[in-house]
Design a protein around this ligand. Structure first.
Ligand code: IYR
Length: 279
């Protein structure tokens, strides 16, 4: 296997910064004389820390890092999975979202969590537009309600409208103005490497999974959301001025629930109805 070590070193050169930071910290251990000597050497020759530690493995010439994490006993695993099920079972789609502000730093964390989702060839084919600007929220509400009015008055089938009765939705979308943040998720159907178009793979699957991660992160933060699907939703590209390679995917208003928020009395399907085991 031929390896371009020069390229590899260039790629990981930035990791020498840790050596630098260790020096800047007040940690008395960094004053330890033999360490100082090595530190000078590492910084002088810009030697990546992973190369020194010998922990990387090259596959197709690309560095792979060891994956390790704590494993649980059977008992711990049962408890953790059961606790998580109970926690996730409390997540509800909430339409009564209060206008109480949510810090931008929280939204940053939620979006970065969503962006940890797996994606085809790790292309991360998504853009999350976080809208708190009141004027933009009003424009989105107005355009969404125009489309939804038409949907609820002719575009949706009788059966569909009937299926939505128990959920209580209609063409009115006040949450689009009320919620402190509306996250408009765009899928990137392709990208640009310089001027050249580059491919993305399994875009719908990838963005769908990222939205799932986002919803769990919102729940974990003690906030609520709903998955709104105005149809058609091309207006979002215009209102948010998105480029041609991005297509609207889902609208997720986020915030605190109203003091008096109501949700439909839904029952979730039991395991036998959603899973089949082949042992
Ligand atoms: N897109 C409309 C209608 C709607 C459709 C389904 I399927 C829902 O589960 C809920 C609503 C809307 O967002 O109101």
């Amino acid at each position: 296997m031929s390896v371009n070590y020069w390229l590899l070193i260039q790629r990981f050169k930035f990791l020498t910064i840790f050596v630098h930071l260790a020096d800047k910290s007040q940690n008395p251990r960094t004053d330890f004389a033999p360490w100082k000597k090595w530190q000078t050497f590492i910084l002088k020759y810009k030697i990546p820390i992973f190369l020194i530690m010998g922990t990387i493995k090259l596959i197709n010439g690309f560095p792979h890092l060891p994956y390790s994490r704590i494993s649980y006993t059977q008992k711990e695993m049962l408890k953790k999975s059961s606790d998580y099920l109970n926690w996730m079972d409390q997540r509800r789609t909430v339409r009564d979202i209060s206008n109480r502000p949510v810090a931008k730093a929280v939204i940053d964390h939620l979006l970065l969590t969503a962006s940890t989702a797996p994606s085809g060839a790790h292309k991360q084919p998504w853009t999350f537009c976080a809208v708190s600007n009141p004027e933009l929220k009003s424009r989105i509400r107005q355009a969404a309600e125009e489309e939804e009015y038409k949907s609820y008055h002719g575009r949706m089938s009788k059966e569909w409208l009937n299926d939505l009765k128990s959920i209580g939705t209609d063409w009115h979308k006040p949450f689009l103005e009320q919620a402190p943040w509306i996250i408009v998720v765009f899928k990137k159907v392709y990208d640009f490497t310089g001027d050249k178009k580059s491919n993305h793979y399994y875009v719908n699957e990838s963005v769908g999974i990222a939205c799932g991660f986002l919803l769990t992160a919102i729940h974990q933060a003690g906030l609520v959301a709903l998955t709104h699907t105005p149809s058609p939703m091309n207006f979002l590209s215009q209102v948010l001025d998105r480029p041609e390679n991005e297509r609207p995917f889902l609208v997720i208003p986020v915030g605190y629930p109203e003091a008096a928020a109501y949700v439909p009395d839904l029952k979730r399907k039991p395991l036998e109805e959603v899973a089949v085991y082949y042992e």
